[in-house]
Ligand binder design. Structure first.
Ligand SMILES: C[S@@+](CC[C@H](N)C(=O)[O-])C[C@H]1O[C@@H](n2cnc3c(N)ncnc32)[C@H](O)[C@@H]1O
Length: 287
């Protein structure tokens, strides 16, 4: 990180000309991890003009790499780092995975640092840093969203993340959970817990399709995030549902056999809240 300026590794209390920061008031009560770091923050706050929801605390390199692995970042990905700090995530993703990235960062000093770091690392053609509030930013084209914020901020961002992102987009968070949205994966690295969520398609409702043998199927689906409960009928006869697993836009339904038909495995594909196709696989077993 030698190319950057502005005190990497320090709390984001920038004292350069004309820059005055404050952290929103409830922050210090929310998380033990940052508590020590915000001690003495009052000394930094002079006529606040920029209200940061979280101070600058950089993610260490081993954790950056682990999060890129957790999200399985590749050259076709578009990463958004909400609260991009000095840009280390996006620069690492560009250098090591050839992925494009957009950093959303409210602190202009960090934006300048990140741009300087990207230029020094010769990846400025792959990354961009925007001085903006992450609660207002547009990240609809993200395939991966990176967070190192707070539980409470993640929960506040959650409705917009779920509404804005495409089904199948991955969200990875350093150290902080997201309320009652169960992570799809959780790993421990270098003393930190890392979380991954896969944005689920909206699948709740009643859906109809046909099996390869021409029978009509109806499913009534209820959904909370990626957790789906299903009731299914074949030719209006109830069928026992062995499992209903939603990952992104794909719902795998394992169905038991009925007197009039064998056990079935369907993959239902959803796009923008609609069932677009049903694929049938060989299946066996019973409830
Ligand atoms: C804990 S740091 C994480 C930096 C970087 N993502 C990393 O992991 O190394 C959080 C960053 O969020 C920025 N930030 C805080 N509130 C913000 C807001 N409302 N909109 C955009 N950025 C914000 C801070 O300036 C800080 O750089």
């Amino acid at each position: 990180m030698a190319a950057t300026s502005g005190g990497h590794g320090n709390l984001g209390c920038y004292t350069g000309p004309g820059q005055k920061h404050a952290i929103r008031g409830d922050f210090i009560w929310v998380n033990q991890l940052f508590r020590d770091l915000v001690d003495g923050l009052d000394d930094c706050v002079k006529e606040p003009e920029i209200f940061l929801d979280v101070p600058f605390v950089p993610t260490e390199e081993a954790v950056v790499e682990a999060m890129l692995n957790l999200a399985d970042v590749g050259r076709h990905d578009v990463l958004y780092d909400l609260g991009a700090g000095d840009g280390r995530f996006l620069v690492a993703a560009a250098m090591r995975r050839k992925a494009r990235g957009v950093g959303i960062e409210l602190d202009p000093a960090r934006v300048a640092d990140a741009m300087e770091y990207a230029a020094h690392s010769r990846v400025e053609h792959l990354v961009d840093f925007i001085e903006e509030d992450f609660f207002k930013a547009d990240y609809h084209d993200a395939t991966v969203v990176v967070l190192y914020l707070l539980d409470s901020i993640n929960v506040k961002l959650r409705p917009r993340l779920l509404k804005t992102l495409q089904a199948g987009a991955r969200i990875v968070s350093h150290a902080f959970d997201m309320g009652d949205w169960r992570p799809d994966e959780r790993v421990s690295v270098a003393g930190s817990t890392l979380y991954k969520w896969i944005v689920p398609a909206r699948v709740a409702g009643t859906w109809y399709w046909e099996s390869l043998d021409g029978a009509s199927y109806r499913a009534e689906l209820r959904q909370k995030y990626q957790d789906v409960s299903a009731q299914v009928w074949r030719e209006e006869t109830p069928v026992c549902v062995k499992s209903a697993d939603l990952q992104g836009g794909q719902l795998d339904l394992h169905l038991d056999g009925t007197p009039s038909g064998a056990a079935r495995h369907f993959t239902l594909h959803f796009e923008t809240g609609e069932l677009v196709s049903a694929e049938e696989h060989a299946a066996d077993g019973s409830c």
